[in-house]
Ligand binder design. Structure first.
Ligand code: TRH
Length: 377
């Protein structure tokens, strides 16, 4: 019998919670031959990532994953062999009681948010005893060998490298999403939260000697773009030009297409967790808008990642990159750090590929989860 896995996803906001769990669920089914039920409390968010899904269905099969509407109140049912509560979401009490009562033991995992902080390795895989006698294990994704790793499909890098080497494939893809490349322009994708720093970066791009083509999937940053353009009507597909900057609004595309967009671009501005990781697999320089937390806790996480990522960069390149990211995340002027980043561009580009390959030499998150289960049995 195939092992069964239940993954619980509570959509807090945005698309990261569902983005990560949907990706993980598909990979577990496709590569590890386990049966997965993905419990989602907001099918509306799921439908954005999987447009063929039915937002009303209590139960449906999508790409081999059984998608379940997380019912309130909970309906009793037999728990799976492995239970993942994603990002510390609260499991239904009755379900936890059923886990404790199940004759065959259940592996209970809390899949945590991604962080590059030092303490992650020390906490990864630790058990915590619950009041009902069950153990819950903390599972931390991460960038180093002592963590749970990063989500990465086995063929991903080969696909990415083949695509990047194939001009016709890239052009065909861009054409399929309505993008006509501007001759000689650097291609930039922009996925970010609201950001006060945007205007100064766009000013710099508009005044640059080289043209830039900025592709902006529909999302929260559009409001700032409207303000900068002085134009509140930017429907999907709309293009605008200011100086050397060409801007185009894109539809929100499916995850696999979004990967291809990242692979096409010279620089990717990404946010949150999942797009941040996907931009690293693109092997191209990136700009991370980290998810904001109270008391600026997120800035420590930003620095922790920068400290790791900067290894191997020259002091000037490393400083330019860090200043550029800090300005972006603190809503500060971007022109100076952008110029310095451009000054070290070949090194930045080479480093992004090296970083990607080094991370890809680690075991991926779906595999570490399966290995953890097999060791625990
Ligand atoms: O949407 P995010 O900001 O998500 C999250 C959540 O806010 C979460 O609560 C928070 O804790 C976490 O960030 C850190 O960013 P993220 O993680 O990149 O998720 C976006 C998903 O959307 C990702 O799977 C990529 C996908 N995506 C598409 O499929 N198509 C698109 O066109 C775009 C722009 C993104």
């Amino acid at each position: 019998m195939r092992p069964t896995w239940d993954i619980f996803c509570s959509v807090v906001d945005n698309y990261g919670d569902i983005g990560v769990t949907w990706r993980l669920a598909r990979q577990l089914v496709a590569e590890h031959k386990v049966a997965v039920r993905l419990w989602v409390d907001d099918l509306g968010a799921f439908v954005r990532l999987c447009p063929q899904a039915n937002p009303e269905a209590a139960q449906q099969l999508q790409q081999g994953v059984e998608i379940r509407q997380w019912p309130a109140p909970w309906q009793p049912l037999e728990p799976a062999d492995v239970v993942i509560e994603a990002f510390a979401c609260q499991l239904p009490e009755a379900y936890v009681a059923a886990m404790a009562a199940r004759p065959a033991k259940v592996l209970w995992l809390n899949l945590e948010y991604l962080s590059a902080e030092d303490w992650v390795e020390g906490c990864h895989g630790l058990p915590s005893l619950q009041s009902n006698g069950l153990q819950k294990f903390f599972f931390f994704p991460g960038f180093t060998a002592g963590s749970g790793g990063l989500l990465r499909e086995p063929e991903l890098l080969a696909q990415r490298q083949a695509f990047q080497a194939d001009q016709a494939a890239r052009d065909a893809f861009l054409c399929s999403i309505g993008v006509e490349p501007v001759a000689g322009a650097r291609l930039i994708s922009l996925f970010a939260y609201e950001n006060k720093a945007l205007a100064s970066w766009l000013d710099a791009l508009a005044a640059d000697s080289q043209p830039s083509q900025l592709l902006v999937p529909e999302g929260r940053i559009l409001a700032d773009l409207h303000v900068w353009l002085g134009d509140g009507s930017l429907p999907v597909g709309a293009t605008r030009q200011r100086g050397q900057l060409h801007i185009q609004v894109l539809p929100f595309i499916q995850q696999d297409q979004y990967d291809r967009l990242l692979w096409c671009c010279d620089l990717n501005a990404v946010r949150g967790e999942d797009s941040f990781v996907r931009a690293q697999w693109a092997g191209r320089p990136l700009l991370w808008h980290i998810y904001q937390q109270t008391e600026n806790v997120h800035l420590e996480k930003l620095e922790a990642f920068l400290a790791l990522y900067k290894e191997g960069l020259s002091p000037a390149a490393s400083e330019a990159l860090a200043d550029f990211w800090r300005a972006w995340n603190n809503g500060e002027a971007m022109a100076d750090s952008w110029q310095r980043l451009l000054g070290s561009w070949p090194e930045q580009a080479e480093h992004a590929e090296d970083w990607c390959l080094a991370r890809a030499s680690q075991t991926d998150l779906a595999t570490t989860l399966v290995q953890f289960y097999l060791n625990w049995l």
